[in-house]
Design a protein around this ligand. Structure first.
Ligand code: NAP
Length: 248
């Protein structure tokens, strides 16, 4: 049974990916800052007869916490073979109002977090001669997004890291890809809607989306499942958009 780590797996897209990888037969490490939600999701997966363990209270922007959690995962579930860097925060601010603190925190979670997680698991994957890394970026990094320069910069950085890592790790049997979701119905998106930050309601956006609906977390999980499979071994360094046709 392969060990898969999903960060930010207590909610939204990460939760759906954790469920899906467990259904695919992985032992899933449900890693999240929020201990309650990590425990809840690991429990849901267990109730379905699949394998998961919760690693809550882990801030991916803290290298020490990441290293300690991944050592615990290695000890309890086995060496990581799959890593999905999904944990992230969003933010809307006019460019001149982005403080140093907000800029640094956004980059720390959305970009340094995946950097720390990758550095912690790559040695296991190299030793096994097999690995799958999927970075959850954002469609906003493909086209830019007003009032989100900090967020978009962090996600564009993640796309760049994905491409470079794919070149470096390909010879070791490790693929590295990124899924930039667009407009997926999760607590993050609902929260943005409630604060009037979407420039319209989710339903209004859905009307302007080619497939005429918001994305579901399961849409991202399905693509992620494929990228983590043996069959996807010739796909690396790619940006696999899952966005209902909003970006092409
Ligand atoms: P979500 O519902 O807010 O879930 C994000 C999860 O990450 C939460 O469980 C959150 O924990 C956790 N998290 C936040 N900061 C963390 C940290 N420092 N360390 C560990 N875990 C942390 O969001 P989502 O919509 O599912 O988003 C998942 C990913 O998709 C994000 O990277 C996001 O940028 C990306 N994305 C989403 C959309 C969309 O339309 N929803 C579009 C483009 C990209 P707490 O509950 O404690 O906050």
């Amino acid at each position: 049974m392969k060990t898969a780590i999903v960060t930010g797996a207590g909610s939204g897209i990460g939760r759906a990916i954790a469920h899906r990888l467990a259904e695919d037969g992985c032992a899933v490490a449900v890693l999240d800052l929020n201990s309650d939600s990590a425990g809840r999701v690991a429990g849901e997966i267990g109730e379905k007869g699949n394998t998961a363990a919760a690693f809550g209270g882990v801030d991916v922007s803290d290298r020490g916490q990441v290293d300690a959690a991944i050592q615990q995962i290695r000890d309890t579930l086995g060496p990581p073979a799959v890593l999905v860097n999904n944990a992230g925060i969003t933010g809307f601010k006019k460019f001149l109002n982005i403080s140093d603190e907000v800029w640094d925190r956004t980059l720390a979670i959305n970009l340094s977090g995946p950097f720390y997680c990758c550095q912690a698991v790559v040695p296991d994957m190299v030793e096994a001669g097999w690995g799958r890394i999927v970075n959850i970026s954002s469609s906003s990094a493909q086209g830019g997004q007003q009032f989100m320069a900090h967020y978009v910069a962090s996600k564009a950085g993640l796309i760049g890291m994905t491409k470079s890592l794919a070149l470096e790790l390909g010879p070791s049997g490790i693929t590295v890809n990124t899924i930039p979701p667009g407009f997926v119905d999760t607590p993050m998106l609902r929260n943005s809607e409630e604060h009037g930050l979407l420039g319209g309601t989710i339903e209004q956006h859905a009307d302007r989306t080619p497939v005429r609906r918001p994305g579901r977390p399961e849409d991202i999980a399905a693509a992620c499942s494929f990228l983590c499979s043996d069959e996807a071994g010739y796909i690396t360094g790619q940006i696999v958009g899952v966005n209902g046709g909003r970006n092409t």
